[in-house]
Design a protein around this ligand. Structure first.
Ligand SMILES: Nc1nc2c(ncn2[C@@H]2O[C@H](COP(=O)(O)OP(=O)(O)O)[C@@H](O)[C@H]2O)c(=O)[nH]1
Ligand SMILES: [Mg+2]
Length: 215
């Protein structure tokens, strides 16, 4: 019985996600659903990405349970940003995106980042109308995470191993993270980055720029 209810919720979500896709596609906007545990560095990655010199015209939808700190951080870059507060829900769903989609000047943008609520579980289950999912894992979270939270690694096109600057201070096996992520998803693109030092950011932005040229 419970399984049926969950299936219905996901089906309804899928329908609205497809509607969002149509709206984004009509505007020629590439959409990235950015996911991680709280504090892994999603907003920092957006700040670093916005600091790079590119042709990307970026808009951002920020998802948090409460508050507008992240939208304020992104707003400092002078790009369009919308804050969604889920009021307790642990992930964004397609309907929440649908409600704010028209508030972005989509015709002036070519990339929209959706920063999901910090959580390694539910965000991977709900499509929001994205072209791809990207996940960050801070290396401070430990090397056991891919096998403990497989879905997000399976669903993501890229994995950014963030806070690589902290590697000398940690007993974390970065090669194990990469091995396990690739065993779950052989196509996942892995970047080692630091949003503090900027290491790896240029490679990430170059890869993203190529991806967004969907014609
Ligand atoms: N040392 C280090 N700290 C980082 C890095 N990236 C983010 N942080 C810090 O981690 C904390 C959480 O970052 P934030 O971007 O807000 O994470 P979010 O919750 O995933 O959006 C902040 O104090 C950041 O300054 C990094 O690469 N290295
Ligand atoms: Mg954030």
């Amino acid at each position: 019985m419970k399984i049926k209810v969950v299936a219905k919720i996901l089906e309804a979500n899928e329908r609205i996600a497809q509607e969002n896709r149509r709206i984004f596609d009509d505007a020629g906007v590439f959409v990235v659903n950015l996911m991680s545990a709280p504090g892994a560095g999603k907003t920092s990655l957006l700040e670093k990405t916005l600091s790079e010199k590119t042709d990307l015209k970026i808009g951002v939808i920020e998802g948090d349970i409460a508050g507008s700190d992240d939208a304020e951080r992104i707003g400092r870059f002078g790009v369009p940003v919308i804050q969604i507060n889920t009021g307790g829900a642990c992930h964004l769903d397609a309907n929440m995106i649908n409600e704010v989609i028209k508030e972005l000047p989509l015709n002036e943008l070519n990339v929209v980042f959706i920063e999901n609520v910090g959580n390694l579980v539910c965000p991977a289950e709900f499509k929001v109308g994205e072209d791809m999912k990207v996940m960050l894992l801070s290396i401070t979270e430990g090397h056991d995470k891919p096998l403990k939270y497989p879905l997000m690694f399976q669903e993501s096109s890229a994995l950014l191993l963030n806070k690589i600057d902290l590697a000398p201070y940690l007993d974390v096996d970065i090669n194990k993270i990469k091995r396990d992520a690739l065993s779950l998803n052989p196509n996942i693109m892995i970047f080692e980055v630091s949003c503090k030092t900027g290491e790896g950011i240029a490679d990430w932005v170059k890869w993203l720029s190529n991806k967004t040229e969907k014609g």
